[in-house]
Design a protein around this ligand. Structure first.
Ligand SMILES: *[C@@H]1O[C@H](CO)[C@@H](O)[C@H](O)[C@H]1NC(C)=O
Ligand SMILES: CC(=O)N[C@H]1CO[C@H](CO)[C@@H](O)[C@@H]1O
Length: 313
């Protein structure tokens, strides 16, 4: 169904990087690895995409354990596919965008999201018009950035994916809140540095690279959020560099999963970290991809990091 074959390995000279929006298809795994991944299920003869009917207890079926895909039916003692309404979601998970919810916690209840009642962090800069100075959150509206002349009045979002922000010459300018190209932020150093690296010598905003890490302990992966990619890094002895395909092959089992964001699998036959050839979408990032494709979803960098930590666990 959702399985598609694409070139998962993006070759950049001899370096490798991986898409955050996909992972190895379940069909790549034998039973041992299949059992490790919550997104897969062992049918008895093959590893298949997780399907509620293979979850055999209320504990593994309901809520976050099945990424809010399934619910335990107490009368039949079966795990069934279920679409959760906000009112059924617990406080802890109510505002978790990665489960695909558009909900908010108000008056001790998980309710449908509304810009007008959102305050503080709940206000999504992507979905709602938001003014930094007054901390107000409202329905999307159009903005004319050039009409704002001070930093205090300039910083705001229109709820349609655009924001006003001061450029490096103190002119209030319109930017995409989330551009897939760091270069779009070359004229605003401070915003550039929230996701990318600003290079003073060339006055350009560039994607982060492994060389940004200066110690061996930090030299693991570099996350390119605008590009929705992760690049594994290898310590050369003196510097942090982009890993080559040969470096990735030598990773141990856990690093193989984590560093490649599940784009490689551990081969039990030869104990090597091996590229998958079939991929499935990674729904933890699906909402972000949907946003980038023009649908409006609340995307916050924090939620992406939470998504990553779930994969790590
Ligand atoms: C639970 O299972 C019973 C028996 O199969 C079925 O009649 C009922 O509709 C199910 N409940 C829900 C909420 O789907
Ligand atoms: C002062 C300064 O750095 N100005 C730069 C602002 O950004 C524009 C567009 O990238 C550059 O052309 C300016 O040199």
């Amino acid at each position: 169904m959702r399985i598609f074959i694409i070139v998962g390995l993006i070759a950049l000279s001899n370096c490798v990087s991986f898409s955050l929006t996909q992972r190895c298809a379940c069909s790549e795994y034998g039973q041992t690895l299949c059992d490790l991944y919550p997104y897969c299920a062992w049918s008895g003869s093959a590893c298949i995409d997780m399907d509620c009917t293979y979850l055999k207890s209320a504990d593994t079926c309901t809520g976050a354990k099945s990424a809010y895909q399934c619910q335990w039916n107490t009368s039949s003692s079966k795990c069934e596919t279920h679409t959760y309404a906000c009112s059924e979601v617990s406080k802890d998970d109510c505002e978790e965008k990665m489960f695909g919810f558009d909900c908010m916690w108000v008056n001790d209840k998980c309710q449908d999201f509304s810009c007008a009642s959102a305050t503080g962090d709940a206000c999504s800069p992507f979905n709602c018009a938001m003014t930094d100075s007054s901390e107000t959150c409202g329905e999307p509206k159009s903005l004319d950035c050039s009409s704002f002349t001070t930093k205090a009045t300039c910083d705001q979002t229109d709820g349609n994916g655009n924001m006003c922000h001061m450029n490096n010459d103190s002119v209030c300018t319109q930017y995409d809140i989330f551009s897939q190209n760091c270069g779009d932020y070359s004229s605003t150093k401070d915003f550039c540095e929230t996701m990318c690296t600003y290079v003073d010598s060339s006055k350009t905003c560039q994607a982060k690279s492994c060389a940004d890490f200066t110690t061996q302990d930090d030299c693991i992966v570099q996350l390119d959020l605008p590009g929705l990619k992760v690049t594994p890094c290898t310590w050369s002895g003196t510097a942090c560099q982009e890993s080559t395909a040969a470096d990735v092959e030598k990773l141990d089992m856990l690093s193989c999963m984590v560093v490649t964001m599940l784009n490689y699998k551990w081969s039990l036959d030869n104990s090597k970290c091996t590229a998958c050839t079939q991929f499935t979408t990674n729904p933890q990032f699906q909402y972000l991809q949907d946003y980038l494709n023009g649908e409006s979803y609340g995307v916050q960098i924090g939620a992406i990091i939470v998504g990553l930590s779930l994969i790590f666990n």
